[in-house]
Ligand binder design. Structure first.
Ligand code: FAD
Length: 800
């Protein structure tokens, strides 16, 4: 072992070994992996080794598909047998809603390029898995790329392949402490000290402690998990083919063949955390005693699904632990505020996600950006609030218990909530507010009559008409919207303007003005769909999506220069927006200054009744609107005053559902839908805000796109002949049987009375009037491209 490396990877499980392999493969071979015991001696050795493509998050599904494809490559490269059995796999649907969901997902997988799936009847599924009972099964999805591997062999294969490419690894070498130095890290091990530029925390069950060695509190916890392996099952032994990997969602089990018997794994509804502060250092390769009382129900369902296993013995019980983040996705990437400290933890399914995690992290470290959109697993998708132990316990527990439970897009889950509430929260609840959550904050969805409960559904819900009324108020009267759920950053200091001019690709607004500002990465892809406000007193604001607060702050910090101070105002400012043609009449009644002077996209400090507020004349609804930003302490008063002042104008409180419907009628894109870090300005229409005459981050790549052949796909607005459901995102768009794009977001335009979708489609299919079709909840519906902004295309309402 040398005393200096470029990278030290801590942990020799499947994830650490994959990171090591990908670093070496992409050109960094001065890298070492340190393992306190033997390779795979954490969670990895006792995993069930199952690999399957299905994931409710399409980005994670793509990551899993990459990993599965990589496995045979690793085997070849290393010469190490990984026991790969590509049996194909089944996912069973046991309720009509689940069957609908599976059909919808089948189409969504097509959008993300997973084409090796097919839908099966229960009888067809049974033919492929003859030991399964079809009782209660309504349908199934088959995927070719599913099966299982030998876990220890796979870890060994990644490590051996990495070594062949010049990387090193050492077993029986424990990292004991970490110290940040001027240009990297000092890694103290029980075999000596190493200095390096980068450390990677791939410590699995011990990730929490290896985080704390660097002063990092990662939102991760281990939970226990059971599987059993049966003795030989005569039907399995006699079969001419291997049983496929089979996931019974309603039964909470997965099953695969193991020699002549089967392995049945259980996602216990009655979950159990273990060692929330990280596994003890003296924890070795032991397992926990099986806890049959905790899994009785799931076990019964499993035995009913595979009746032939009732007649054979159980050879082995495994009750082991593995780690989860609050949303079940990995925690990957540069840890904010800790230069050179990288996270590769909380990988719940290391054998089917580890390859993708290794690739993503290695690209990030070497090139500064991963190729794919890493947002769903970015460690910066959480803020400090997620360090709280109860938050971690509730959210990871909820994820685990619901691992196979269907979550509807309009369903609100309770874990870790309510956490942060804007001051007027209780008064709004009293007024009928139904709440959603963004990051840590409760955000209003809509206001309903007392006793109303929304039914979870994949289709239009019973809140449809309520939201329609709110949209009408926004378009015809005055709506009051709590806008605490926007992010606000204050930029100040002598170099504030210089810095903003560099990081934003747009022109900067003049004093007293606001401007839409795309922010780009060095690779020319989007990093933000922001609004910059110039208050005219030397301070500027950047406003954007609330849940991106830590993610954007990391970006700002990474691009900081002297003489600039960026402050996240998320704990100081909140506010209300008044939107609609009567908004001016409402605000005028309270403003001490002449509000009519404030033109579209103007901003300034105003006294709104007793509240000193920072007001901007803009609205994402496409109506005339005033965003009134106030200090947290003024929120209750501001709401009361606006409701009183607006009473004569029929002001009514509205929620984000109405805001989303109205923005869709204006073809205004939003982050995580029309805009992601995978898309470019040319694809999304963001190029129209770029100031090509100045220098800005990402200019070279943006110019190359502008002057090249143009993007392959561009953003369009679709009107869909939908019946009882609307598109939501990632549904495929077809032109005569050929897939030509996918939906980025969709919904019902209540005021225009149209089912609308925004989509990225091939450029030669993007002309208004083009007839296409879209799958909505698994059913193909005719659709056509319409001119953008079906409501008020000239923008008279918002400017008026
Ligand atoms: C019962 C069960 C069944 C499962 N089935 C599947 C499945 O079918 N498919 C699937 O994909 N996943 C499955 N998993 C999950 C899978 O096991 C994990 O996702 C995976 O092992 C995580 O790998 P890792 O490398 O992140 O962590 P680990 O395997 O825990 O590796 C971390 C390593 O870091 C080392 N380490 C920690 N601290 C230090 C230090 N300070 N210095 C040096 N070394 C250190 C540890 O010794 C350990 O070897 C299952 C898990 C369980 C418990």
């Amino acid at each position: 072992m040398k005393s200096q490396y470029r990278v030290v990877v801590i942990g020799g499980g499947v994830v650490g070994a994959s990171v090591l392999y990908h670093l070496a493969k992409f050109g960094w071979s001065d890298v070492v992996m340190l393992e306190r015991r033997r390779l795979a001696s954490g969670s990895s050795w006792h995993a069930a080794g199952g690999i399957h493509a299905l994931n409710a998050d399409p980005n994670m599904a793509s990551l899993q598909a990459y990993t599965i494809d990589l496995l045979s490559e690793i085997e070849k490269e290393s010469g190490q047998n990984i026991g790969l059995h590509m049996t194909g796999g089944l996912t069973l649907a046991g309720t009509p809603e689940r069957w609908e969901w599976l059909q919808a997902n089948y189409r969504i997988f097509q959008s993300v390029g997973i084409d090796d799936c097919e839908l099966l009847t229960p009888e067809e599924a049974q033919k492929r898995c003859p030991i399964m009972s079809t009782d209660g099964v309504l349908g199934a999805m088959w995927a070719d790329r599913e099966g299982y591997i030998d876990t220890t062999g796979t870890v060994q294969a990644y490590a051996t392949a990495a070594k062949k490419r010049g990387a090193e690894y050492y077993e029986e070498t424990k990292v004991e402490s970490l110290t940040q130095t001027a240009d990297g890290w000092q890694v103290v091990t029980d075999k000596g000290t190493i200095t390096c530029e980068h450390v990677v925390n791939a410590a699995g069950l011990w990730a929490k402690q290896v985080g704390r060695m660097a002063g990092v509190e990662l939102p991760v916890s281990p939970l226990k998990h059971h599987y059993l392996i049966t003795d030989a099952v005569p039907e399995v032994a006699a079969a001419e083919f291997e049983m496929p990997m089979t996931v019974d969602l309603e039964g909470f089990t997965y099953m695969r063949q193991d020699q002549k018997g089967v392995l049945v794994g259980i996602y216990e509804v009655d979950h159990e955390h273990w060692a929330m502060d990280g596994a003890p250092w003296n924890y070795g390769e032991e397992l926990f005693q099986e806890q049959l009382d905790r899994i009785e129900n799931e076990l019964t369902l499993g035995f009913e699904r595979y009746p032939s296993i009732q007649n054979v013995g159980i050879k082995t019980w495994v009750n082991g632990a593995f780690t989860f983040s609050p949303d079940g996705n990995p925690l990957v990437g540069p840890v904010p505020g800790k230069r050179g400290y990288w996270s590769a933890c909380a990988v719940m399914a290391g054998f089917l996600q580890g390859g993708g995690v290794g690739k993503t992290l290695a690209e990030w470290m070497i090139h500064g950006e991963p190729e794919a959109d890493a947002w769903p697993m970015d460690v910066a998708r959480y803020g400090d609030f997620a360090q709280n132990k109860r938050y971690i316990r509730e959210t990871t527990g909820q994820f685990y218990s619901r691992r196979f439970v269907m979550t509807y897009p309009n369903e609100q889950l309770p874990a870790g909530r309510p956490l942060k509430m804007a001051p007027a929260h209780d008064a709004m609840t009293e007024a009928g507010c139904k709440w959603g959550v963004s990051w840590d904050l409760e955000v209003p969805l809509y206001f309903a009559p007392k006793g109303f409960e929304e039914t979870p559904t994949l289709k239009r819900s019973n809140a449809h008409d309520i939201v329609a009324e709110e949209c009408k108020v926004i378009r015809e009267g005055a709506g009051l919207l709590d806008i605490s759920g926007f992010s606000r950053f204050e930029v100040s200091g002598p170099n504030a303007e210089v810095w903003l001019d560099k990081v934003m690709a747009s022109k900067l607004p003049a004093p007293g003005r606001a401007k839409l500002a795309p922010m780009l990465g060095e690779n020319g892809r989007l990093k933000g769909d922001l609004t910059v406000l110039n208050w005219g007193d030397g301070t500027w604001w950047i406003m954007g999506s609330y849940y991106l607060r830590a993610w954007h702050m990391r970006w700002f910090d990474d691009h900081m220069i002297d003489g600039v101070n960026v402050r996240d105002l998320g704990e100081e400012y909140c506010g209300f927006a008044v939107v609609g043609p009567k908004s001016q009449a409402v605000v005028e009644k309270l403003a001490e200054q002449d509000i009519s002077d404030l033109k579209f996209m103007g901003c300034g400090d105003f006294d709104i009744g007793l509240v000193r507020a920072r007001v901007a004349r803009m609205s994402v609804t496409g109506e005339k609107g005033y965003e009134i930003n106030c200090r947290y302490g003024d929120h209750i008063k501001l709401r009361r005053m606006l409701l009183e002042a607006g009473a004569d104008e029929g002001i009514r409180e509205c929620g984000f559902n109405a805001m989303l419907s109205t923005r869709l009628e204006k073809s205004f894109g939003i982050w995580s839908a029309e805009f992601t870090q995978l898309y470019t300005p040319g694809m999304t229409g963001m190029d129209r805000w770029i100031d090509w005459d100045k220098d800005f981050v990402g200019k070279e790549a943006a110019v190359a796109e502008r002057d090249g052949n143009g993007p392959a796909q561009v953003q369009v607005t679709l009107e869909v002949d939908a019946v009882d459901a609307d598109a939501s995102g990632y549904e495929p768009v077809w032109s005569g049987g050929e897939r030509v794009g996918f939906v980025t977001s969709g919904g019902y335009g209540h005021y225009t009375g149209k089912s609308l979708a925004m989509a990225l489609v091939d450029r030669d299919k993007a002309a208004p009037g083009t007839e296409l079709s879209v799958h909505v909840v698994g059913v193909e519906r005719p659709a056509r491209i319409i001119a953008p902004s079906p409501y008020d295309p000239q923008g008279k309402a918002m400017r008026g």
